[in-house]
Design a protein around this ligand. Sequence first.
Ligand SMILES: [Zn+2]
Ligand SMILES: [Zn+2]
Length: 329
Amino acid sequence: MLRAPARIETNPLEFMDVGVPEPAEGEVLVRVHACGVCRTDLHVIEGELPPRKSPVIPGHQVVGKIERLGKNSRRFALGARVGVAWLHRTDGTCEYCRAGAENLCDNPLFTGYSVEGGYAEYIVAPQDFVYAIPEGFPDEQAAPLLCAGIIGFRSLRLSGVKAGARLGFYGFGAAAHVAIQVALHWGVEVYASTRDARHQKLALELGAAWAGGTLAEPPKKLDAAIVFAPAGEIVPAALKALKKGGVLVLGGIHMSPIPSFDYDLLYQERMIRSVANNTRQDGEDFLRVAAEIPIHTHVQIFGLGDANRALNALKNDAIPGAAVLRVSA
Ligand SMILES: [Zn+2]
Ligand SMILES: [Zn+2]
C-alpha cells in the first residue's frame, strides 16, 4: 500500500492487512497468484504521475483465479484463470470509446492507480476488462504479458513494421524483451540500444542483430524505432537512426523533457508518436500471438512483501527481463 508518493529508495510501500474487496455487479473477485512489476508502478509511487487515489495499492499485471462472481457476472466460470491489466474500465460512451479508441477514453479508470491494484491477495475487476490467460504459461511467466507485453505489442503495431524491416528498441527492459520475440516472429530485424550491459546481453541472446549503448548509433538505418526508456534525450538520437519516412514510437506513459533538436532530424517525413494504454482488442490479439509463438518471459521473482526491493532493482536496471511478485500459488 502506498500512502503518499515518495522516492522508492525510502521504501514507501507498506505491507499490511486490508479487507477482501466485494465484487459489484458485473465484476469478479480474483485471488491473485502473481503480479508483474512495471515501470509505470514506479512513476505512480514516485509521483511522476499525479496521484488519482491515495492511499493506493499499485500493480496492474495480475494473474489469478476467479474466486467470486458479482451479480450478473457470467462471462467467466469460478476458478477460471484470468489476467487484470492497466485499463480497469472505460465509460464506453465518450467519442473515443464510440470510435473504437477506448485506449484514449475521456473517463478511464486504471488498475493500481485510480483503483486498487494487484500487489495484493485479492483484486476486483469488471468482467469485461478481464483477459482469459492462455494455457501453457505459468502464472509468473504470464504476468509480464499483461502490460509489458500488450503495450509492447501496441507499440509494434503503431511502428508499422513488416517482414524485412529494421526496427530499433531504445531501452531493453520488460516490454522490449517480449516485443523482440513478436518482431522476430514477424521477420523483423531488431537493433537494441540500452545502457546496461546485462540488458544488451539479453537482447543478443534473444536474437537482436546488434546491441549497443543508449545513444550509440546502430550500424544500419532503421525503418522504425520504439523508445521504451523514459529518457527524453533519446528522442533526437533515435530520430538520427531512422531512414526517411521512418516512424519513432514512444512507448512509455512518462518521459523526461525532450531536448530541442534540428528540424533536419524530423524532416523527410519522419514521424514521432506516443502510445497511450491499449484497447481490449490489442490485449486479446497479443495474448493469442503470445501463445502461438510461444513467448518466453524472463522473470525475476520476489515475494509480495519484497515489492519495495523489486522496484528499487527495476529503477537500478538490475532486472534482466521482468520483475514479478509471487503472491500465492
Ligand atoms: Zn470513453
Ligand atoms: Zn505497466
